[in-house]
Design a protein around this ligand. Structure first.
Ligand SMILES: Nc1ncnc2c1ncn2[C@@H]1O[C@H](COP(=O)(O)OP(=O)(O)OP(=O)(O)O)[C@@H](O)[C@H]1O
Ligand SMILES: [Mg+2]
Length: 159
């Protein structure tokens, strides 16, 4: 069941890994070049699972896992470039400047960022913030999706 918890925030209960992947697939259909999505939530709450569903829906095949050590993994489809970040091991947000974060963010690519708070304040703005948490059973997750830009509002409204 969907529970609206504010004008531009929606909550979704995800009862299985497949449902989390399906939410990712739903999001995939609403992305435009340049969309930035922040993925919050503790270890193992399903951030990468959601990204996997999203990338599969865009036609990406092969392994999708958290780029914990490399910080970023690029993917390419016929008409989109997607960068999947995992900043868990980022020691200093300014490392992002050294790796050329501005180019990643400004090139029209879609950026999906796990552990975005690690990148603050170098990484600050997104269109959509997704927060995942464990629900009432080990295989249940709750996703809160919050719009943080005009495009984010359109995205949340279309979900
Ligand atoms: N409803 C669910 N949605 C997503 N994952 C689930 C669900 N139920 C159980 N799981 C399990 O939870 C784990 C989620 O792992 P995942 O790598 O997606 O988490 P993560 O948030 O990316 O963690 P990390 O911060 O370590 O990168 C997987 O082992 C998956 O099988
Ligand atoms: Mg992950």
């Amino acid at each position: 069941m969907d529970t609206p918890i504010g004008g531009r925030t929606v909550a979704r209960t995800l009862r299985s890994e497949a449902e989390t992947e399906a939410l990712g697939a739903r999001l995939a259909a609403l992305l435009v070049p340049g969309t930035i999505v922040f993925l919050y939530g503790d270890l193992g709450t399903g951030k990468t699972t959601l990204v996997r569903g999203l990338l599969r829906a865009l036609g990406v095949t092969g392994i999708v896992k958290s780029p914990t050590y490399t910080l970023v993994e690029p993917y390419r489809t016929a008409d989109l470039v997607i960068h999947h970040f995992d900043l868990y091991r980022l020691r200093d947000p300014y490392e992002l400047e050294e790796m050329g974060i501005r180019d990643y963010l400004q090139g029209g690519a879609i950026c999906l960022v796990e552990w975005p708070a690690r990148g603050h304040p170098v990484l600050r703005d997104c269109d959509l913030a997704v927060t995942l948490s464990v629900g009432g059973s080990p295989t249940e997750r709750v996703a809160h999706l919050q719009a943080r830009s005009a495009h984010g509002i359109a995205l949340v409204d279309a979900l």
